[in-house]
Design a protein around this ligand. Sequence first.
Ligand SMILES: [Zn+2]
Length: 434
Amino acid sequence: MRGLRYPFLTLLLLIVCALPTGCGRDGGGRVAPASPPDLLVIGIDSADWNLLDPMIAEGRLPRLAAFRAQSASGRMKTFVPLEKSPLLWASICTGVGPEVHGVASFLGESGRKAPTGSAWYAPAIWDMIGAAGQSTAVSGMWTTYPARPIDGVMVSDYLPYGRERSVPLARLVYPDSLSARVVACRVDPDSLRARDLARFLPPGADVAALEAAYPRQLRNLREFWAADLGYLNVARLLKDVADFDLFFFYLRGPDMMSHSFHHYLKDDPASPRNDPAELAAFREILPLYYDWVDEAVGEVLSWFPPDRQAVILSDHGFFGPRPNGRGTVEHSEWGIFLVRSPLYEAGAVIDRIELLDICPTFLSLLGLPPAKDMPGAILAQGLTDAGRRHVKQMEKHRVPSYMELCPVEGAEAGLDPAVGEEIRKQLRSLGYIN
Ligand SMILES: [Zn+2]
């Protein structure tokens, strides 16, 4: 597969340079590549306007609110029937559905053989832009263990696991030269102090007493936040490694927190789980977690110039418990999507965004055309005049396919069975698997 990179790259560059926005002319009249537009992506798993809007109306989530004012935004329609996050994020990153990319479920629980780790059956955005000479930093994304070679850095989603091992799992990070520094970014859930956790609990709460009374809930809070804090540390590291063309930061914690705590938001006296003391302890924990998410988002945004193109998105929304069970039925079909770019009008509302439109839109923002075998379209609402011209060209010059950039199947990871069980246990506790 790799052998095809060169002809493909040549073809792609010819196409892109034929586009009015793809190349500039220097003073001598020669065609010189314009500096490629960069893109920051912040993924917040399960973020839902139904939770965020009332918080913003109260004056909370100031960084997200400010970013929204600079962006075109709307709600994003995810796949129905509702699906799990690994499948959805792989679809976001490849622009094709699970029947093509093959990421169907957790840990290969499906009839079809799961792709080997991060070598999905379709190329991801980092493979596509890598072929055009653009680099990516991606961390924490689902189904990226073992990390595989890309043009840039891949920090797999297994970083939080296997902390008890004397030697870290192999291939947590590509390139391996960054492994020690990345592993040092990990946060041990037990290292979080009571005064750190207090921000998610009622004012003046006795954290130790709550931890004794509700060990499962506090354990979840510790683990989910520690994982997010670890990936925030990773992002702090990667921002100084290089100026990547695509910087992809992802937080899984909001979805995990939602599965564990969303039911406390709905004051349902019929629920046996909601005894008054328990309800009082955890009623606000999810909005308080989003206050932290807002701080993290603000920090990541602050590393880049204020005119850096940026997208904030989720893969689905969150409805909360329904009578027919837990897991994906708690998801809602409406996620969030915001794009800040000179191609889109600040403050515009986009009312038609579907999940498979996201990858073509990422490519367009990075100055590359989508492929004809991608079912989605570049978002065409809320465009500026320059944006309209650009999107028209990108749609007109779609490449036939990026599929030849599909990664070669990686070596079997030789996953530590104890780590596999640790992950299954966490997914089971969320109702994600049986
Ligand atoms: Zn979920």
